[in-house]
Each structure stands twice: as C-alpha cells, then as structure tokens.
Ligand binder design. Structure first.
Ligand SMILES: Cc1cc2nc3c(=O)[nH]c(=O)nc-3n(C[C@H](O)[C@H](O)[C@H](O)COP(=O)(O)OP(=O)(O)OC[C@H]3O[C@@H](n4cnc5c(N)ncnc54)[C@H](O)[C@@H]3O)c2cc1C
Length: 397
C-alpha cells in the first residue's frame, strides 16, 4: 500500500471531535509538503464542540467559538460540513446528508458517542441531553423559564455529577435531584468521594443512588420500585450509545456498537479503517478503554502515525495508553481531581477546592491550543511521537 508520488491517497476523517481533529491535524501537518496525500475532515458543524463544557452551555454560560476550517487553514486539510449518513466499506465511500459521496483510501472513524436515550422509555421524548450544543441550549432555555420545582438529573456518572452541580449552583431556586444506580464517585478513592459528596450536599443536590429509572414522563420519572419523582425538567446523562453507521457498514463492532480495533487502531475486519475516541473499542492490558477526552486525543494522534507508517511500507506500532487523572468540576469554583493508576484505578492523591477547579479548567481548555501547536509542528517533526506514550510515562510516576 505504498503511496507513490504518482498516486493521490485520500484519507477521510469522520467526526471533528477530540479524537478526529487530533488525527486530521497530525496527519495533515506531517504531510503538508507532500503532494500525494490528501486529508479531508467531515463534521456536521464548522465549530468545535467542547463536550467537556456542555454542562456550562446547559446553564446558559457562554463558551468560546472555535472555528474548525480556520484551525485547519495552512495544513492543507479539507473540510466537509455535513452529517455522514452511510459508510460503504467495500466501495470505500461515505455518503453525506446532502447526497454528496466522498471516496476514501483510508478512513478514520471518530464519530464519538452520546448519552443513551433509547434504553429507557420516554427519555427520547421528554428528557433533555448534553448530546450537542443545541441540546444543551434547549435545557438552558427551559431552566431559565422555571421559577421553582425539581430538575432530575438521570445518571450518577461523572457527567451527571458535573451537570447536577452546575445546575444547582446556577439555579439555586431549583431543587436538583441526582438519580442513579451507583453512588456518585463510586470508583474514586474514599477521600475524593467524601469531598464530592460534601460538595453536592453544600450545593443542595439531593442524591438518590441505587435506584433505577424505568420511565420518563412529561412531568416525572418512574422508578423500578414503583415510586415516582416529580420533575419540571429531566436531564439524561446515563449510558452511552454510538452511531450505528459502523455496524451497518459491516465493520466488526462490540456489543455497544464500537469498532473493534487491532493494536494499531485499525478495524479488525477492515484494516483500511482506523477507529478513534469513543467510537472505538480499544483493548489495553487493563481491558477495553472507556470514552474520555484524555484517551481520545492520543488515539487520534496514534491513528495518524499508524497511517503514515503503513503508507511508508512499515509495520504500525501498537497503541499504549494509561489513564492518569479524573478531574470533576463541582460548579465553577470547586472541583475534585482524582489521580489514577494507568488502569484508571484511584490512587491516594487527590486535589480539591479552588486548586482543583483551576486544574480542571486548565485541562478543559488544553485541547484547542494543543491542536494549534500540532498544526505548527515541522512536517517531519513529532507531537506525542509515539501516541499514548506521553500519558503512559506520566501515569507511571
Ligand atoms: C458534559 C460532559 C462532560 C465531560 N467531561 C469529561 C472530562 O472531564 N474528561 C474527559 O476525559 N471526558 C469528558 N467527557 C467525555 C468526552 O467528552 C468524550 O469522551 C470525548 O468527547 C470523546 O471524543 P471523541 O472525539 O471520540 O468524540 P466527540 O468529541 O463526541 O466528537 C465526535 C464528533 O463526531 C461528530 N459526529 C457524530 N456523528 C456524526 C455523523 N453521523 N456525521 C458527521 N459527524 C458526526 C460529532 O458532531 C462530533 O463533532 C465529558 C462528556 C460530557 C458530555
């Protein structure tokens, strides 16, 4: 599969999230002096969605607009605005919602994930989500029109915790109830969990764990024990769902629909397709990675490096990754940062309060300047040169 000067090799990256943008910029920046490789990035919006800030959008806070075509300017990468509606892995084409058909030689699949609005009846019809900036803005609008009442946050994972804290802080007139099967912060060190619990209590968030929501109605949620909780608005953050496009295209997917990859991040069934970020099922020594921005960006970088090695006729290197932290915002001025072992198990080191809030903000703000720096690197240079090793080294400390 060597790309000679005479051949134009088309790399199409689907999804300009943390992982897809990392892949597109890394690849385009490294190859901008070559005439034989073209990178195209497809995404429904021309602004980057900072998913890590969607709970801020949902409480009416302004966040920066980050223009993707402007970021790509100078790298040689093209941008196609539109929703991908189908992938034909045999014909190597992708269909966009305006009926354009894009051809690729190599595909990078980075369509991310969203909260699962299908598993529990009524969620799709009656609950708000943080699945997109538009969805988050709808909730913001609803919250400003309430002058009291209860907001239920369904899902006690960290997205639910961050959202519940943010809503409670911004809307003290509302009662926030956080519902979920597990206790918030259950996977954290007891020190971190205790801090998180007390912050939620300080903000007046009512936590009800070990409960299962079985139905969402227009004005309440029904629980498995037959009781119900009145709700003027429901925010759903529970579970994750990925695009059905990979499965429909015949790629091997896991039981959650994520593309199963080999160690170089290629689809095990279609090696011309690389999968990155939340949309990929990537196995490491500790198990299959779960979706995070901290893991997603290195997967994008590594996919780009694997593509370059394969095109040069070399074997791609295995992707290695280790988690190193879990920063959780608790409103704007408080947070808890759980430092972790590479397998994501909690260490004893925990940061809390204002310093943790500053740390969380630094981490949240980091991707965009990181993309900008990647873009400027010399064509032959390196940024996270062995994808994942950056985090591995840090987490080993
Ligand atoms: C409120 C909230 C807080 C979070 N906080 C943290 C945190 O603190 N730390 C952390 O590590 N992770 C956090 N996460 C998780 C993190 O946001 C995801 O793991 C990360 O966004 C995954 O990156 P990705 O590139 O795989 O997908 P995404 O960032 O979701 O990007 C996917 C892209 O694909 C596009 N796309 C989807 N379908 C199509 C289609 N059919 N056609 C074209 N484009 C499409 C989307 O529009 C999007 O631009 C949080 C998530 C939420 C919702």
């Amino acid at each position: 599969m060597n790309a000679t000067a005479a051949q134009q090799h088309e790399v199409l990256v689907l999804g300009a999230g943390y992982a897809g943008l990392s892949a597109a910029i890394q690849l385009a920046a490294r190859t901008r002096k070559r005439g034989n490789l073209r990178v195209t990035l497809a995404n429904p919006y021309d602004t980057f969605t900072e998913r890590l800030r969607l709970h801020m959008t949902a409480t009416g806070q302004e966040t920066a607009e980050m223009n993707i075509p402007e970021l790509l300017d100078g790298t040689g990468a093209g941008f196609v605005r539109g929703w991908v509606t189908a992938v034909d892995a045999e014909a190597k084409t992708v269909r966009i919602d305006d009926d354009r058909v894009l051809h690729y030689d190599t595909l990078v699949y980075g369509l991310g994930s969203i909260a699962d609005t299908v598993a529990v009846p009524g969620v799709d019809d009656h609950a708000y989500t943080l699945n997109s900036p538009e969805d988050a803005a709808l909730l913001a609008d609803r919250l400003t029109r309430l002058d009291g009442g209860t907001v239920v946050v369904g899902g006690s994972g960290l997205t639910g915790v961050e959202a519940a804290a943010e809503i409670a802080e911004r809307h003290p007139e509302l009662q926030v109830v956080l519902l979920g099967r597990r206790e918030p912060g259950a996977s954290m060190h007891p020190k971190a969990k205790a801090y998180l619990d007390s912050a939620l209590a300080r903000l007046g968030v009512q936590v009800r764990s070990r409960v299962e929501v079985v139905k969402v109605l227009p004005d309440s949620v029904e629980l498995a024990d037959g009781s119900s909780v009145p709700a003027a608005a429901v925010l759903w953050t529970s579970g994750t769902r990925v695009s059905p496009l990979a499965d429909a295209a015949g790629l091997t997917v896991d039981d959650r629909g994520r593309v199963v990859t080999d160690s170089a991040l290629r689809s095990v069934s279609h090696p011309g397709v690389y999968a990155v970020g939340d949309a990929a099922a990537i196995r490491q020594g500790f198990g299959v990675m779960h979706g995070t921005c901290q893991g997603g960006m290195p997967t994008g970088v590594h996919a780009a490096l694997s593509i370059l090695r394969v095109l040069a006729g070399k074997e791609p290197k295995p992707f290695r990754f280790g988690y190193y932290h879990t920063p959780v915002s608790l409103g704007r001025n408080d947070a808890v940062v759980q430092f972790t072992r590479p397998d994501d198990s909690p260490r004893r080191i925990v940061l809390t309060g204002k310093r943790a809030a500053k740390y969380k903000e630094t981490v949240t703000a980091a991707p965009w300047p990181t993309f900008a720096r990647m873009k400027k690197m010399p064509a032959s240079g390196g940024f996270w040169p062995r994808g994942g090793s950056y985090t591995r080294i840090r987490s080993a400390k």
